[in-house]
Design a protein around this ligand. Structure first.
Ligand code: GRF
Length: 208
């Protein structure tokens, strides 16, 4: 059984996509065993409660240093014997301590085709707004392993989404979630649970 810990800050629709795929049997050998939110009002916490998943809120501002914040997150996940961490809309940036502890065992979902429209400050509607302003014809979502710098780790899966002339940041955000994020996050977890992801430098090879 693969024990998953989720880091969230908002609505938690990506967490929900994972829970739905566990329920449907697609991720039959996985279980979400702990949830940490960086915000007390995150709807994702309600979702965790509904499923009886242990959940807490840890706010960066309640810790003196990034190292202390990383340590608190590691401690909670270790207590619940987490094998894989999923960052699903987690808005707080974590440090070296966290990324080294969970090297190649923590993944993040980002709503653009990295390396476009990513990095510090690219959260919420911003990647979609910037993609529309730039005039790209295609955007999408990326799942990658976590490194200390935001959105920089080895890329595991990407899925494109075509942009329509009448798209707004809101319509594009919705399509990227429905058509890409909620698909490639569970797919990545499945590949990880089957031991099929091999990290070779910046490249991730998928074993057949
Ligand atoms: C998603 O777009 C995710 O890619 C990004 O933040 C958003 C979180 O949405 N990192 P939700 O909380 O999963 O609904």
């Amino acid at each position: 059984m693969l024990r998953i810990g989720a880091l969230v800050s908002g609505g938690g629709t990506n967490l929900q996509a994972v829970l739905d795929n566990i329920e449907s049997g697609y991720l039959s050998n996985c279980s979400v065993v702990a949830v940490i939110s960086s915000r007390p009002d995150a709807y994702a916490l309600k979702r965790a409660e509904r499923y009886g998943i242990p959940a807490i809120c840890l706010r960066r501002k309640d810790f003196d240093s990034l190292d202390d914040y990383d340590a608190a997150i590691i401690e909670y996940f270790e207590k619940h014997r987490v094998d894989l961490v999923i960052m699903a809309g987690f808005l707080s940036i974590l440090g070296k301590k966290f990324s080294e502890h969970y090297r190649n065992r923590a993944i993040n979902i980002h709503p653009s085709l990295i390396p476009s429209f990513c990095g510090k400050g690219f959260y919420g509607l911003i990647p979609h707004k910037k993609a529309l302003e730039y005039g790209v014809k295609v955007t999408g979502a990326t799942v990658h392993f976590v490194e200390a710098e935001a959105d920089t780790g080895p890329i595991i899966l990407q899925k494109p989404v075509y942009i329509n002339d009448d798209d707004t940041p809101e319509t594009l955000q919705k399509r990227v979630m429905e058509e890409a994020e909620w698909k490639i996050l569970p797919e990545t977890i499945k590949l990880f649970s089957e031991g099929r992801l091999v990290v070779e430098g910046r490249k991730v090879r998928i074993k057949r």
